[in-house]
Design a protein around this ligand. Structure first.
Ligand code: NDP
Length: 433
């Protein structure tokens, strides 16, 4: 705490992992001897930089850019960029720390990192977003590369932003280095299914949770928070598997559509028009729009928080439990507060932590890197099958590890321990570096 003052989200993420590691260190004292945990908590490198750019009115704007290169024991640093006004070092470090274990769980050769800026693309013109991205990359380019550090998208960074970032990287370096960024467009080195991967992957994970209990999505009522990249494709996959998503949200409010979300309309509003979800409610009769309420007040069988960190607190958890919710899976990073997670455990609600449940995005990014390295591109069906297999593998690894360490059925402990062991073993093998 003294070493990283004021970085609340980072402390929260570290504490959650360390809480699970007691049985591991008891069994493997060599991790403690080599100070593996203390080394893991200290990023290998942190870069903070000025991003000056000119807005449409000719005014110079200054934002702050970050890239935290956390751990490269398993491969090049890998993790998204977040553009949101709330971004500061504590957020980037929490995300980078989580990313180490998530990437390890995928079984792919990728280390952990994260970055971003306190820039908000919302209400900015395309030209402004482009100039900001160019200014951001004008500094970032010297720190990244196919074998060094490979950023991708996150909140506020989608296909448009990745395009502008890649264009500037290409211009500055004079290299068509496809593997330097993931989440690229299909015409210029992107992978099928990357856009859908995080949302689809979260739902594949829940499908496995249901399957081992002899159940399925058929007939289940699902509530999703957020209405961005992760949320939209979580809705899509739930519907394909026979569930009904009755609600989604944005930071202004939530909508309830008891007939089931009209995916085409949601995509039109969010992806084409870049409008608020209240516009969806305006256009579909019978839809209720609630400003400033909590979407977790709604009764459901399965809850998928897909918006942002700490969006589901103890009170929300109590409401979900009282309404009979049986499964909570984190599509977002750390959306559930520690007291919410404790309440779920006490009530026997199955809980899938983000580092396992939302790992499909980064796993598909690693598949994009594979395709770039072999100058190949795979079909949608093949890539989706690979994603489903990876998510099933992560699910099984979490359950098996939880069993081995005396926490049967505890996905949180299983994810933390399995993710940790692989990185820790690599760090031991590479020596004290
Ligand atoms: P988007 O920017 O596409 O969408 C974010 C959604 O969350 C929007 O609906 C946004 O609403 C809402 N939101 C953001 N901040 C807040 C807030 N403070 N309070 C309430 N709602 C908020 O981001 P993504 O869908 O890509 O990311 C969502 C989550 O998933 C994040 O936690 C991210 O780290 C995580 N994630 C994303 C991956 C990816 O591949 N994209 C991979 C793994 C995890 P509004 O428009 O009102 O801001």
């Amino acid at each position: 705490l003294r070493r990283n003052p004021g970085e609340n989200e980072f402390h929260q993420a570290v504490r959650e992992v360390l809480d699970s590691l007691g049985p591991v260190v008891a069994k493997h004292p060599e991790y403690a001897d080599a100070a593996v945990i203390r080394r893991l908590c200290e990023p290998e490198r942190q870069i903070i930089f000025r991003v000056p750019w000119v807005d449409d009115s000719g005014t110079v704007q200054i934002n702050r850019g970050f890239r935290v290169e956390f751990n490269s024991a398993l491969g090049p640093y890998k993790g998204g960029l977040r553009f949101h006004p709330s971004v500061y070092l504590g957020i980037v470090k929490f995300l980078g720390f989580e990313q180490i274990f998530k990437n390890s769980l995928t079984g792919m050769p990728i280390g952990g990192g994260k970055g971003g800026s306190d820039f908000s693309p919302r209400d900015r013109s395309d030209g402004e977003v482009m100039r900001f991205c160019q200014a951001f990359m004008t500094e970032l380019y010297r720190h990244i590369g196919e074998y060094t550090d490979v950023p991708a998208g996150d909140i506020g960074v989608g296909g448009r932003e990745i395009g502008y970032l890649f264009g500037q990287y290409k211009r500055i370096t004079n290299r068509y280095e496809s593997g330097v960024l993931t989440g690229k467009g299909l015409a210029w080195g992107g992978s099928q299914v990357r856009t859908e991967a995080t949302g689809y992957g979260t739902v594949f994970f829940v499908e496995e949770m249901l399957k081992v209990r002899g159940d399925s999505f058929e007939g289940k009522k699902v509530v999703v928070s957020g209405s961005g990249n992760v949320a939209i494709y979580a809705v899509e996959k739930v519907q394909q598997l026979g569930g009904t998503v009755v609600a989604c949200s944005d930071s202004n409010g939530y909508l309830v559509d008891e007939k089931g979300i009209d995916l085409e309309l949601l995509k039109e509003v969010k992806l084409t028009r870049r409008a608020r979800i209240s516009a969806y409610a305006d256009e579909r009769p019978g839809v209720r729009y609630v400003e400033d309420g909590s979407v977790w007040e709604l009764p459901c069988d399965i809850a998928l928080p897909c918006a942002t960190q700490n969006e589901l607190n103890g009170r929300d958890a109590a409401a979900l439990i009282a309404n009979g919710c049986a499964i909570v899976a984190e599509g977002a990073n750390m959306p559930c507060t520690p007291d919410a997670v404790r309440l779920f455990a006490d009530a026997g609600v199955l809980f899938a932590p983000g580092k396992a449940a939302n790992a499909g995005g980064v796993a598909t990014s690693a598949l994009e890197m594979q395709q770039n390295a072999s100058r190949d591109s795979w079909s949608f069906e093949h890539t989706e099958r690979r994603l489903a297999d990876i998510m099933h593998g992560i699910h099984d690894r979490c359950l098996e590890t939880a069993d081995v360490y005396g926490k049967p059925g505890n996905y949180l402990a299983g994810a933390n321990i399995a993710g940790f062991i692989q990185v820790a073993d690599a760090m031991l093998a590479l020596g004290v570096i």
